[in-house]
Write a protein of this length. Structure first.
Length: 185
């Protein structure tokens, strides 16, 4: 038996149930990663609060998916790479750009490349990006304030990425097509 069971609306701690209901309404399913996250009301409620703020930022849903996919690849989170590959394509991200990110590269779209490059740099340097990294991002048409929004996205996705690495959720059938292995980069 797994140390981290898949919780349902019936079995989850009471304080986790509202988030599971919200995710089921948004996706039509309770993602397995959230079902495992539900063991900790502190974690799942912190996760949803930050994600709600991130999705209300100045970045578009497509831009957020570029960031979330980049973060998942950089953190080698197999579940999150599959999930965000599917969502990125749903948001209209070119399949070649999704493939490039999954391979550890940058998308061809200039703004998406700037987002992806900044997110990867933030993760790899543990936030110690230089002036040149910041200027390249701004030169791509973003603002200094949006650098801070990217930090919020990195923080939010780190919750998911680390949870996936620790709990190893099974990939749901709708995302099987997008399965990814960390050694594939």
């Amino acid at each position: 038996m797994s140390r981290f069971p898949l919780y349902t609306l019936d079995t989850a701690p009471e304080q986790s149930k509202p988030v599971l209901r919200q995710l089921q309404q948004a996706f039509g399913i309770i993602p397995n990663i959230a079902a495992k996250m539900a063991a900790s009301p502190v974690l799942i409620n912190g996760f949803i609060g930050l994600f709600q703020r991130v999705h209300a930022s100045s970045l578009s849903e497509a831009q957020l998916q570029v960031l979330l996919l980049t973060n998942a690849v950089t953190n080698a989170s197999e579940w999150a790479v599959a999930f965000h590959s599917a969502l990125a394509l749903q948001q209209g991200i070119d399949s070649a750009d999704v493939d490039a990110i999954r391979a550890g590269g940058a998308p061809h779209d200039a703004q998406h490349a700037a987002l992806s490059t900044l997110a990867r740099a933030l993760i790899e340097t543990r936030g110690r990006i230089g002036e040149l990294d910041q200027q390249r991002f701004i030169d791509a048409g973003f603002s200094a304030a949006q650098i801070l929004e990217v930090i919020a996205v990195v923080a939010a996705s780190t919750i998911t990425n680390y949870t996936g690495s620790v709990t190893q959720p099974e990939l749901e059938a709708p995302f099987d097509t997008f399965a990814w292995r960390a050694g594939a980069r």
